[in-house]
Ligand binder design. Structure first.
Ligand SMILES: [Zn+2]
Length: 196
């Protein structure tokens, strides 16, 4: 992974995540390998106590090289935006040096997330320039342990497709959901959008 401009990222990753990202030199050719990598990020975020049970990463689609990682950092950064997907997107944009990951004449990028995006992260995807999304656990799996996924359109997959962003769901869903359940068993903090 290149680290160019990463110091300008608005989200500071835990040291273990920086080390893990820098040690990834092989390509992530299969969808499962990309998903298992972000599930490992989510799991390690739980076991290290550095944030919520969510991991994400951005890959370049031409060679399936890892560009940037993200984990949930809401508590440590005191920032409600710091969901794993937002952290991964921000770090990817800093790494490539462009706010648009889908800019013409540049490689396309994929967002891989251990749990499907909440309303906020769903909204951020078209602005990021991402061309495809892989999701592990469902929103209902996160809601089952108390997280609030927000007011996302029911047809969100079709909405993204209409913008030529493909979505694959339920990839390694069981493994991704196990991380959510482990977080709950450890008594991890649960937070979400405000209702009133
Ligand atoms: Zn989110």
């Amino acid at each position: 992974m290149t680290t160019r401009r990463s110091s300008a990222s608005p989200f500071q990753l835990p040291q273990w995540a920086i080390r893990l990202a820098r040690s990834q030199h092989s390509l992530f050719l299969s969808k499962e390998s990309r998903m298992r990598f972000v599930i490992a990020l989510a799991s390690t975020n739980v076991t290290r106590g550095t944030g919520g049970p969510f991991g994400a990463a951005v890959f370049e689609r031409t060679g399936w090289r890892l560009i940037a990682v993200g984990v949930n950092l809401v508590e440590s950064t005191r920032c409600s935006h710091a969901h794993a997907e937002m952290v991964a997107l921000a770090n990817a944009q800093q790494t490539v040096g462009r706010f648009d990951l889908g800019a013409a004449n540049f490689p396309a990028h994929e967002l891989v997330t251990s749990c499907e995006p909440c309303a906020m992260c769903y909204g951020a995807i078209p602005w990021s320039g991402i061309r495809s999304v892989l999701c592990g656990a469902r929103a209902s799996d996160a809601e089952a342990i108390g997280f609030d996924e927000g007011a996302k359109p029911k047809n969100w997959v079709a909405e993204l497709k209409s913008r030529r962003i493909t979505v694959t769901r339920d990839l390694c869903r069981k493994e991704a959901t196990a991380v959510l359940q482990e977080y709950q068993q450890r008594g991890g903090a649960v937070y979400g959008a405000r209702w009133g």
